[in-house]
Design a protein around this ligand. Structure first.
Ligand SMILES: NC(=O)c1ccc[n+]([C@@H]2O[C@H](COP(=O)([O-])OP(=O)(O)OC[C@H]3O[C@@H](n4cnc5c(N)ncnc54)[C@H](O)[C@@H]3O)[C@@H](O)[C@H]2O)c1
Ligand SMILES: O=C(O)C(=O)C[C@@H](O)[C@H](O)[C@H](O)COP(=O)(O)O
Ligand SMILES: [Zn+2]
Length: 380
């Protein structure tokens, strides 16, 4: 990471001719330098949703107006349940209706849902047009805007249709976190917490020590969390862009978490909530495989709970969990493969007998919860 004149930080992601910068800082939206140097084109299309548009669309349009012949917007309905074919169609149809050419630049303005969907649209429109991520949730700033995974959901499985397609730049304005609902802030913290056990024990210690500041949206704490998360993700993706191996560590907690999201119907639990609870289960699995001590499960559970995330799994039924987890991109030869922790800061991949997975889910499912343990995420 390097500093810059306006106090923002830049994290570089090194992918040869697909390399780009992640700009992180307060007030980046309104700085011309955030948008300078992007490819010029007749049309810029901002993809956003009906929650984010009233907050930030006009500000982004104002910055882009001097740089493009026309600045247009597609405003999609908000929600994980809209990360699907129909929304993708709306974006592609808008581009075709306006005769947008292959130099058109797409801007994803919003959280991970918009980023994943707009990125996929950019990957497939005329076989690929330039694309910029403007993440406005903590989760998108620490994770989804970086690394080029783009996708839509399928009713049978999360992110099952997509492409690896890198943005040209990521502009993460920390001020956008000010308007996030508390529940979404917590969802973002789940992905921040993830980076500790998989890659950086010192960062895990730092998160534990600074969680209250993060929950209070302290700007310095948020800046450090976003920067360190992006550094770790850039380090992983720079070595394994297409998840031949190492990149799968970023999926810690996701095998269980995606099953919860899909099993309950997209949008019932937030992605970050599924990941939070999923990390408790994956930590338990790591312990039961003899890789980590029981105290690690306690430590992770405590931290995830302090982040106001759910730590007990919904009762979907063990067979349903297993069926859902059989639809996962990490699986090979029909075997469900889990990201486990093999030592603090070191993750690996393991299969596990169904009976053991069942014990893990049972140990952390709702009916085992103590009276003071939240069993469901709070309502929006
Ligand atoms: N591509 C990747 O590498 C990657 C990584 C992690 C997650 N994801 C995906 O990202 C999605 C989750 O992203 P998310 O947590 O950002 O959810 P999201 O995109 O649904 O955004 C969360 C909510 O916050 C609202 N919002 C966004 N910015 C706001 C702001 N500044 N102020 C107020 N409200 C705001 C949104 O409208 C939405 O209601 C999931 O689909 C997940 O699968 C992808
Ligand atoms: O970037 C990655 O790689 C990740 O796994 C990051 C995850 O946080 C993210 O949720 C991702 O979309 C999951 O990937 P998937 O391949 O399981 O769909
Ligand atoms: Zn995730």
């Amino acid at each position: 990471a390097g500093g810059s004149a306006n106090g923002a930080t830049t994290v570089a992601i090194d992918l040869g001719d697909r390399s780009y910068d992640i700009l992180i800082g307060a007030g980046l939206f309104d700085q011309a330098s955030s948008w300078a140097g992007l490819p010029r084109a007749a049309v810029a299309l901002i993809v956003t949703n009906d929650t984010v548009a009233p907050l930030y669309l006009e500000r982004l349009k104002r910055q882009l107006a001097p740089l493009y012949g026309r600045v247009e917007a597609v405003v999609l309905p908000d929600g994980e349940q809209h990360k699907r074919w129909e929304s993708l169609d709306v974006v592609i149809d808008h581009l075709l209706a306006g005769a947008a050419d292959r130099k058109t630049v797409l801007f994803a303005l919003g959280g991970g849902v918009i980023g994943d969907l707009a990125g996929f649209a950019a990957a497939i429109y005329m076989r690929g047009v330039p694309f910029v991520q403007v993440p406005t949730t903590l989760l998108a700033q620490v994770d989804s805007s970086v690394g080029g995974k783009t996708a839509i959901n399928h009713p049978r499985g999360k992110n099952m249709v997509g492409a690896f397609y890198q943005p040209m730049r990521v502009v993460a304005d920390l001020d956008t976190v000010d308007t996030l609902p508390d529940r979404e802030l917590s969802a973002g913290l789940a992905e921040v917490i993830k980076y500790g056990p998989i890659a950086d024990p010192a960062f895990l210690d730092w998160i534990e020590a600074n969680l209250d500041a993060l929950l209070a949206r302290d700007k310095a704490a948020l800046a450090h969390a976003v920067r360190r998360s992006c550094e770790i993700k850039a380090w992983v993706v720079g070595q394994d862009e297409r998840e031949a191996g190492l990149r799968a560590i970023l999926n810690f907690g996701h095998t269980f978490g995606h099953a919860i999201e899909t099993g309950l119907g997209y949008g019932e639990w937030l992605h970050g909530e599924g990941v939070g609870c999923g990390m408790v289960l994956a930590s338990e699995l790591s312990a039961r495989l003899g890789l980590m001590p029981a105290s690690f499960v306690t430590r992770m559970t405590r931290l995830i709970e302090r982040a106001r995330l759910p730590v007990t799994a919904p009762r979907l039924g063990i067979d349903r969990y297993l069926d859902l987890m059989r639809v996962d991109k990490k699986n090979e030869g029909g075997e469900i493969r889990f990201v486990v922790i093999e030592g603090l800061g070191k993750a690996g991949m393991r299969g596990a007998p169904d009976a053991l997975v069942a014990e893990v889910i049972e140990a952390h499912s709702e009916r085992h919860a103590g009276a003071s343990t939240p069993t469901e995420p709070p309502q929006r």
